[in-house]
Design a protein around this ligand. Structure first.
Ligand SMILES: [Fe+2]
Ligand SMILES: [Fe+2]
Length: 337
């Protein structure tokens, strides 16, 4: 049976409810779905409650529900969005099949899923945990590949708290957005390789993974660092590079993000003190985005700057940051696009 289209039901319904599809239903607990379920009744052109959280569905009802979903009669309330987001974030690939989610709802789901995966990975940076993060980043690149300007809803979901996972999420999303803008012509001419796009995304999300080896108290220390502590912090790009080897991730784009994001155009950065265009292009992009994301967050040792202030400061600092990327970033921050 063909899927029932949303326009077969009253217009305003879509505002209050989402029609759910068989894949999404299949991902719920079979007898105890995690949220209220509603049924659309043709005869009366009305939505009515079908199942309430806390109840248990009988075998007959489970079967009936599966049929009703296939026929397009089953809805959940948009008021249950938080439950739905949480649920779907564990099986992120479902966002690619759900045609009824709005772009901003999808952005919430990506934020929830990626931050959770990043937290897990940064706590336990081993291959098995990385694979889960990688799968979700691939869902994101698939989503963006189908329409690169979808990044616009995503950059409205940047996090404000100061944690390594939130910072990594912000740099991943904003970095990809800047990379997309920087390569807009290549995208138009279909010259961008999907593999490159995927690798860039991974690199941006995990650029700071060397930091997870540094104790939190040291990352957040407000007093001046001792020499020894400073050496530890300055080593994080190299620590990250070593970790890439262990994770079997020796990929050009990933190495450039991890290894080069603290290099500066005038050679004042670290760990190699590379200068100008000797620094990889992606490393220069990651440097600008990384500094921006840090500047707009309230850190234990410095208050947050406004997005406009931070972006302006970076684009004036041409000695240290590549103006090509700081200007793109500034334009994006000022216009929100
Ligand atoms: Fe870093
Ligand atoms: Fe960073």
């Amino acid at each position: 049976m063909a899927d029932k289209k949303l326009n077969d039901v009253p217009e305003n319904l879509n505002e209050e409810y989402y029609q759910i599809n068989p894949d999404i239903l299949g991902s719920f607990s079979k007898y105890r779905p995690p949220l209220d379920i509603f049924r659309f009744r043709d005869e009366v052109a009305r939505i009515e409650p079908y199942y309430r959280v806390g109840e248990r569905l009988s075998n007959e009802k489970v079967e009936e529900l599966a049929n009703l979903v296939r026929e397009g009669y089953i809805f959940v309330s948009r008021r249950d969005h938080p439950v739905y987001v949480k649920h779907i974030s564990y099986q992120l690939d479902l966002v690619l099949v759900d045609k009824n989610l709005k772009e901003r709802e999808i952005a919430d789901i990506f934020a929830q899923a990626l931050i959770m995966r990043l937290e897990n990975f940064l706590e336990q940076p081993v291959k098995a945990v990385f694979d889960r993060l990688h799968e979700d980043i691939m869902v994101l690149t698939e989503y963006l590949w189908n329409d690169i300007y979808r990044y616009r809803a995503l950059i409205r979901r940047l996090q404000t708290e100061h944690t390594l996972a939130a910072h990594s999420f912000n740099c991943g999303i904003l970095g990809l957005a800047v990379w997309i803008r920087a390569n807009a012509d290549e995208f138009k001419k279909k010259e961008v390789k999907r593999k490159t796009f995927d690798n860039v995304a991974v690199g941006l999300f995990i650029h700071d993974m060397g930091m997870c080896k540094i104790p939190i108290f040291l990352r957040n220390k407000t007093q001046t660092l001792t020499r020894d502590e400073q050496t530890k912090i300055l080593a994080h790009p190299l620590t990250g590079m070593e970790m890439l080897g262990k994770l079997d991730l020796r990929v050009k784009e990933i190495e450039q993000c991890v290894g080069d994001h603290h290099e500066r155009m005038d050679g004042s950065g670290y760990p190699q003190k590379t200068k100008g265009t000797d620094i990889s292009q992606l490393g220069r992009l990651c440097a600008a985005v990384d500094s921006y994301c840090a500047m707009v967050t309230n850190r234990p040792y410095a208050p947050a700057k406004t997005p406009a202030e931070a972006a302006a400061e970076l684009s004036q600092d041409e000695k240290r940051y590549d103006p090509r990327f700081t200007r793109l970033l500034q334009a994006m921050v000022l216009t929100g696009r």
